[in-house]
Design a protein around this ligand. Structure first.
Ligand code: C2E
Ligand code: MG
Ligand code: MG
Length: 693
């Protein structure tokens, strides 16, 4: 080799990043070293050249290294090994190659500091072992795949999907998702972004289960792979579904509720192609009465049984390719829809609904007949949005109820006007008191022979500025529903007391006015105090007042009402039960209450004298009341044969058109004066004093 070449080589040896030294293969003395090699032992080339390898390395290291050197020389083959050096510069990993060259009897030593690679390798190993630990510990399923081919999975995923490791590793990810999801999975694989989405995975035996996939790229064993976290969301789904169910279903019946109905109607209205449908508003006629008389548990079972019957009916309908749907929107109200109804199918649907109430209901051990009132509105004729449709079906239902329960009414224009009128009534009621539109009429209650005046019932009338005379049945329920009745009731009491004072002044010494109470009044906390205060404001003694309550009011809050009634009775106020026989209350329960008079509802009187049932009921009532020392008044006596029949049965007192229609206050006073001045014994006489027999 030319001397210039040697110089070049030596210069090159100085500038490469490797450590380089040349030893004599026989003596193992250093012939050449570059600075980097010398620095390995923190020396200079001059300090090293000429010394033996053993001398340079020292005894400890030599014992480790010399065998490699001897082996390289003996085999004349390169030997590689790695040694670690831990000195003041820190821990280093040095990769050493002994390369023997037999011809020149040289041993070349090439060394590289591979600390950085080692650290990277160690970090990788550590991270791999961490990832493995993480995979093993994870509750969530984890899989790795390269271009859709699974390379690794954890136990959690195997458990989740019911497979063994080798049934997944090496297989395509597509085998583990339902076919409907294949396109999406392919897109996700192609996209390569980090992405999370809800989908489903296939369990080995149980089919699809809802999961969430979170997919991201990761460097795994030095290769870029896709890591997929698989989260079983069946429980979350079930919880969400439960929450949704609770939000959209009625807890008593399990049926869809009001919110669900709104959603359902919106979907029907927006359906493409546009299709007609009917909305049926159904109200169980007897619920309030049953709640009041038999208690809420009985009311609840009536509703549940109704819900079941209607649900069965809809299921049968749907099995015949009709599209029927049922919801309960609160209280006793159910709403059904029927899609694409022809006139005849709608009519037969309605009659099947009515028929589903034919069988009696068994509530609290009693057999009860129930019925429903149904209102029907049709899309799009009767409304093109859900509110309008429901409002109109509701109005039709009210009309059905008003025309005598257990009927169906289809929405029409007359009803539209009536519904508007009802709204107007509600608005007008608010100002009716201030503008003195109310008036009280008075109807006498007479002894059965028509000779004695017992008391007079105050009956409310509304002189509407545009509509003329409005009867109480047309507006009292509206006033009660919109909570407007309290001031009206107060007005009635005040005016009735004012009137009874005048009657007394005219000479009717034991004058008594009967005032009807409304539900609202009886439920008000201070209702007894209010009544007593009204009496003292009017300076009228309690014995001149009689209060008429209905069975419903009496049964609703047994013990509270009993205390109230006792307080009223203590003031001398007479108490009567109005419209008796229309509720479900039993006389024996009522007998526990301090009641003076029972008014037999006019529906029984109307059937006298021909109906055996009415005869039996009235006879039994009269006997029972006699035993309980309760006076009886028959309401609605219109004809002489009714009066005669009642008289024969032993009825004490009567009220009805036969004796007198309700009169204006002035007419009543005139009638009263005539009565007072008439000495003819054949004319009715004023009752001076009346006691229970
Ligand atoms: P009610 O308390 O049972 O009053 C008797 C009803 O029967 C009255 O109807 C009366 O006019 C009617 N009537 C009387 N005799 C006969 C008859 O022989 N044949 C027929 N068919 N009917 C007869 P009205 O005045 O229309 O009152 C209806 C209901 O409105 C009353 O029934 C009562 O529940 C309620 N009401 C009336 N005024 C008031 C009031 O000031 N306050 C409250 N809360 N309710 C009232
Ligand atoms: Mg009454
Ligand atoms: Mg009555």
């Amino acid at each position: 080799m030319l001397e210039a070449d040697v110089r070049d080589l030596l210069q090159l040896a100085e500038s490469v990043p490797a450590m380089l030294a040349v030893f004599d293969a026989t003596s193992l003395r250093c012939v050449y070293t570059n600075t980097r090699y010398a620095q390995l032992g923190q020396q200079t080339p001059a300090q090293i050249v000429g010394r033996t390898l053993a001398d340079i390395l020292g005894p400890d290291v030599s014992a480790m290294v010399l065998p490699h050197a001897h082996r390289a020389i003996a085999t004349n083959l390169p030997v590689n090994y790695t040694r670690t050096i831990n000195d003041s510069t820190g821990l280093r990993h040095i990769e050493v190659s002994f390369v023997p060259v037999k011809e020149s009897s040289r041993l070349y030593v090439l060394a590289n500091d591979i600390s950085k690679h080692r650290l990277a390798e160690q970090a990788l190993e550590q991270s791999m072992s961490r990832l493995h630990k993480f995979m093993a510990a994870s509750e969530e399923g984890i899989a790795f795949h390269i271009d859709g081919m699974i390379t690794d999975v954890n136990q959690a995923l195997l458990r989740m999907l019911g497979y063994a490791n080798d049934e997944m590793v090496g297989h395509s990810t597509l085998e583990f998702v339902p076919e409907s999801e294949h396109e999406r999975v392919k897109l996700v694989i192609a996209a390569g972004d980090e992405i999370a989405y809800e989908s489903s995975a296939l369990h080995k035996t149980r089919g699809a289960i809802p999961v969430e996939f979170i997919v991201r790229d990761i460097l795994w064993a030095g290769v870029k792979q896709r890591m997929v976290i698989v989260r079983d969301i069946s429980e979350r789904k079930a919880t969400l579904e439960r929450i949704r169910f609770l939000a959209l279903n009625d807890s008593l019946s399990g049926l869809p509720n009001r919110a669900a109905l709104d959603e359902h109607l919106r979907a029907l209205i927006n359906a493409k192609p546009l299709a007609g449908f009917a909305v049926l508003f159904l109200d169980v006629d007897q619920l309030k009465r049953i709640n009041d008389s038999l208690g809420h548990a009985a009311g609840d079972s009536l509703l549940k049984e109704t819900a079941d019957r209607l649900a069965r009916l809809c299921a049968a309908e749907n099995a015949l390719d009709q599209d029927a749907w049922l919801s309960r929107i609160g209280g006793d109200e159910f709403v059904l829809t029927l899609r694409n109804p022809e006139e005849t199918t709608l009519e037969s649907f309605v009659s099947r609904i009515e028929a589903s109430f034919d069988a009696p209901f068994f509530l609290s051990g009693r057999k009860i007949k129930a019925s429903a009132s149904i209102g029907v509105a049709v899309f799009p004729e009767d409304g093109d949005d859900s509110n309008q449709l429901l409002k109109n079906a509701d109005a039709a239902m009210y009309a059905a109820k008003a025309s005598g329960r257990r009927t169906v009414r289809y929405f029409d224009q007359a009803l539209a006007r009536a519904a508007d009128a009802m709204l107007e009534i509600e608005q007008d009621l608010a100002s009716a008191i201030q503008t003195s539109q109310f008036e009280l009429f008075y109807q006498p209650i007479m002894s059965s022979d028509g000779r004695e005046l017992i008391s007079a019932e105050a009956l409310l009338r509304w002189n509407h500025p545009h509509r003329g005379l409005i009867m109480p049945n047309e507006f009292i329920h509206i006033a009660e529903e919109s909570n407007l009745f309290l001031p009206i009731g107060q007005w009635v009491l005040e005016h009735a007391l004012r009137e009874v004072k005048e009657w007394k002044a005219l000479g009717w010494e034991h004058a008594r006015v009967a005032v009807n109470l409304s539900n609202n009044e009886v439920r008000a906390d201070d209702f007894v105090t209010e009544i007593i205060a009204s009496l003292s404001r009017a300076a009228v003694a309690g014995e001149h007042l009689e209060l008429e309550l209905t069975e419903r009011m009496l049964m609703s809050q047994d013990h509270v009402i009993r205390d109230s009634l006792l307080r009223l009775q203590h003031e001398g106020i007479k108490l009567s039960i109005d419209d008796f026989g229309t509720g479900y209350s039993s006389l024996s329960r009522l007998s526990a209450l301090p009641i003076d008079t029972l008014k037999i509802d006019q529906s029984f009187v109307a059937e006298l004298p021909d109906s055996h049932t009415a005869l039996a009921i009235v006879t039994a009532l009269l006997q029972l009341c006699r035993g309980l020392s309760i006076d009886v008044v028959a309401e609605g006596v219109e004809r002489a044969d009714q009066r005669d029949c009642l008289q024969l049965l032993g009825c004490d007192a009567m009220q009805g058109f036969l004796f007198s229609r309700p009169m204006k206050a002035s007419d009543f006073k005139r009638w009263l004066c005539e009565l007072l001045s008439d000495d003819d014994l054949n004319q009715p006489r004023i009752v001076r004093h009346r006691r229970r027999t």
